[in-house]
Design a protein around this ligand. Sequence first.
Ligand SMILES: Cc1cc2nc3c(=O)[nH]c(=O)nc-3n(C[C@H](O)[C@H](O)[C@H](O)COP(=O)(O)OP(=O)(O)OC[C@H]3O[C@@H](n4cnc5c(N)ncnc54)[C@H](O)[C@@H]3O)c2cc1C
Length: 432
Amino acid sequence: MTTPVNARRWTNWGRNQESIAEVLTPGSIDEVTTQVKQAAETGRRIKVVGSGHSFTAIAVADDQRMFVHRMAGLVAVDGELVTVQGGMPLSTLNTILAEHGLAMPNLGDIDAQTVAGAISTGTHGTGIAYSTLASSVEAVTLVTANGQVERYTADAPEFPAVRVGLGALGVIVEVTLRCVPAFILLADERPMLLDDVLAGLDEWMPENDHVEFFWYPYTNRAQLKRNRKVTENDRPLGRFRGWLDDDFLSNTVWQGICAVGRRIPATVPTLSAVSARGLSARTYTGRSHEVFCSPRKVKFTEMEYEVPRAALPEVLDELAKIFARLPFKVQFPVEVRFTGPDDIWLSHGYGRESAYIAVHQYIGAPYEPYFRAVEEVCTALGGRPHWGKLHYRDAASLRTAYPRFDDFLAVRDRLDPDRVFTNDYLNRVLGA
Ligand SMILES: Cc1cc2nc3c(=O)[nH]c(=O)nc-3n(C[C@H](O)[C@H](O)[C@H](O)COP(=O)(O)OP(=O)(O)OC[C@H]3O[C@@H](n4cnc5c(N)ncnc54)[C@H](O)[C@@H]3O)c2cc1C
C-alpha cells in the first residue's frame, strides 16, 4: 500500500502514542461537512485531534487525522453564555473570558487542551461543588457522520452523551459554555503529614471551593492545596516567587530530580523524602485561571482513577502496599482531587461524589505493573478510569462501571452507525 502524499507522523504530549495518518485541516464548518461526507461515502475514518494531551490512544488516527486549530475562534458572548469553536485552546478561552469579566467555574492543572478535547474525555479540576468541565456545557454543535450539523442543548435526548463523547459521536465544531463572573482565588499551599491531611478533609471541603493534595511515595508527607474565593487580589505572587515555585522548582529542579532517580533507582525513596521535606508553605491571591493552571514541562505518563469519595482511604492504604512490592521505584507524587456528581453518562463522576487518584511515572520509566496494580484496586471499588489517561479496561468491564453505558452506545449507533469516527481505542472501550 502506498502512503498518501500528505500523510504525517504525529505523537501525543506524553510521547507514548504515535501514528502516521493523512492530514485534514478544515477551516470552516462547510469544509468539515464535506470532508466527513467524503469519508462516509468512501468507507474511510476520521479521528479529530485536539492538543494531543491524552495519554490513551483515544486521539490516535489510523486513516485520516483532522486538526481543528483553524477552527479556534470566539463565536458569541451572550451574558454568561460563551460560544467558541471546538479547537480553541483553554489558554485562549481563559484570556477571552477575562476580557469579558468572565471565567470558567473550575479548571484542571493546565490550559493547553482544546475546549472540545477537554470536554470529550471528562477533564476535571478539584472541588466537591464542581464536576467535569463538560458540566458547564450548555450546547454542543456536532458534524455527525452523515454530514449534518446538529446543535444539542439540554432538551435533546443525546445531550447527556455528547458532552463527554470520547470523540466517538462526530466533530465538535462549537461549544457553548455557561461561565461565571471573573473571580479571585486565595491559594493556601502547605506541607503536612498525610494522616493529618486525611483527617482534615471533611472539615476543609465545605470551607474551601477547591481542595487537593499530593502524596510523596515512601513517605507520610503530602502537600495540601486549598483555594477559596475572595474579593480582593491583595496578595499576588511576586514575579520572582511565581517563577521560582511554578517554573524553576516544579519544572527545572524536578526534571533534574527525576533524571537522577531514573538513572539510580535506589535513590528514589530518599529523593522523595527530600523533595517532601523541601516543600514550603505559601499563600497568595490570583485570578482564578492563573491559580488553577500552571506549566507542566516535565514529561510523564499517567493513569487517573475516579472512585466513590468514601473509598479514598482504602485506595491509599493499598497504594502504600503497591509501592512496597513493585520491582521498580515510583518517583512522582500521587495527586488526589475531589468532585461532585453530574448527570453526563460517561462522566467519571456520573451520579456520585468522587475522589480522583492520579498516578504518574517519569517519561521512559516503567509504569505498567504499577498502573495495573492501582487499576485492580480501583476497579474492585467501582472505580472509573479517566478516558484520556492510561488504563487497561474494555467495553465489557466499563459497562459495569457506568449505569448509562448502553444508552451512550445507542446514541453512538444512531449518530455514527458506520464508525467513521472510531479507532482501536474506541473499539476497545466502547466495542466495535
Ligand atoms: C500535562 C497534562 C496535564 C493534564 N491535566 C489534567 C487535569 O488537570 N485534569 C484532567 O481531567 N485531565 C488532565 N489532563 C488530560 C487532558 O485534559 C485530556 O486528555 C484532554 O482530553 C486533552 O485535550 P486535548 O485537546 O489535548 O484532546 P486530545 O487528547 O487531542 O483528544 C482527546 C479526545 O477528544 C477528541 N476531540 C478533540 N477535539 C475534538 C473535536 N473538535 N471534535 C470531536 N472530538 C474531538 C479526540 O478525538 C479524542 O477522542 C492532562 C494531560 C496532560 C498531558
